[in-house]
Design a protein around this ligand. Sequence first.
Ligand SMILES: Cc1cc2nc3c(=O)[nH]c(=O)nc-3n(C[C@H](O)[C@H](O)[C@H](O)COP(=O)(O)OP(=O)(O)OC[C@H]3O[C@@H](n4cnc5c(N)ncnc54)[C@H](O)[C@@H]3O)c2cc1C
Length: 373
Amino acid sequence: MHYDYVIVGAGFAGSVLAERLATQLDKRILLIDKRSHIGGNAFDCLNEDGILIHQYGPHIFHTNSPEVYTYLSQFTQWRPYEHRVLASVDGQLLPIPINLDTVNKLYGYSFTSEQLMAYFDSVGEPVADIQTAEDVVVSQVGRDLYEKFFRGYTRKQWGVDPSQLDKMVTARIPTRINQDDRYFTDQFQCMPLHGYTKMFEKMVDHPNIQLLLGTDFKEINQQLSFDELIYTGPIDEYFDCCYGKLPYRSLRFDHQTLEVANYQPVAVVNYPNEHAYTRITEYKKLTGQEHTKTSITFEYPQDEGDPYYPIPRPENAALYRQYKQLADGQASVHFVGRLGTYRYYNMDQVVAQALTLFKKLAGIDSLQEAIKG
Ligand SMILES: Cc1cc2nc3c(=O)[nH]c(=O)nc-3n(C[C@H](O)[C@H](O)[C@H](O)COP(=O)(O)OP(=O)(O)OC[C@H]3O[C@@H](n4cnc5c(N)ncnc54)[C@H](O)[C@@H]3O)c2cc1C
């Protein structure tokens, strides 16, 4: 069988492109994933107790892009959900991102927003040229809050001190002087009503899309006949790591089901300091599912294992650029997605990136036209 496109990886990047190319351009697609399921890292499933869990850690959908939201709405209904996270610090559960309540509860103050602003000004350490993740936080909220909320968490998460990491790692986390305790402020915040996997099933359910799961592209590459390749796996692996391996941070997930209906007050509680795990997720708080038991996941960051987070350090960006140069020389191979472009992207950004590639492949000018049903 000859395919117009072989797509490697059935996560957001691969599935969006398979859906668009099949439904809008009538292309014949082979969609391959080495895992036994679709959905990539956003895969969710019912566990043995019938509780919907996220196999690869909590995935919360949020976007400011009406196009991404409208596009995905063709494949799912939504459940309104605003994410809130608490951090376990000094024996209390406190809102993160740091806000007015975080500081007042932690130190026993009763600051107003104006007073908090003045407080941050007094404790923030001036940094002339903000370069690192440490600089970002210490300059904004001072050393004590940095030590209590960020340093330990970041060291666990990335395996290196924040002073060694690019500023983008902590720049993602805002600080607020009001009581807004939402983790995200995006215009659209919601969860797929019946889960991510159901949404993916609907996306790839098309006669032009053939799914091949549990198969590594490398093992069948030579036997395939196709015009173009869309590759959403790690870009360095595609080139046999000829310049060396691009470093990733991985995670071990310890999934547990407890004989209680509720475990913690919010879906995610961060543990910046005292434990080897970084956070605990309770899925029912995300999905709204009613059940007499509850399922939780502990996340333990580690170096070995599936590649989850590209490590944002300048030398890694330089190594990526070498691979990107090789990739640019391959006219009929398109690299996309978090692993294909070695970037820390959220789901909506990956969808936008995939839609942008589709626009290019289809010769379409506007995103509006690219998302039509
Ligand atoms: C713990 C965690 C929590 C996250 N939480 C959020 C969140 O709350 N909100 C948010 O927006 N984003 C979140 N993300 C990011 C989100 O997971 C990604 O943006 C999204 O999954 C990226 O989609 P993708 O298609 O690029 O990659 P992936 O989902 O990684 O899919 C790539 C697929 O390619 C397959 N593959 C790789 N190599 C091969 C090969 N050689 N042959 C065959 N198949 C191959 C892999 O098996 C994988 O299934 C989180 C990520 C992690 C790790």
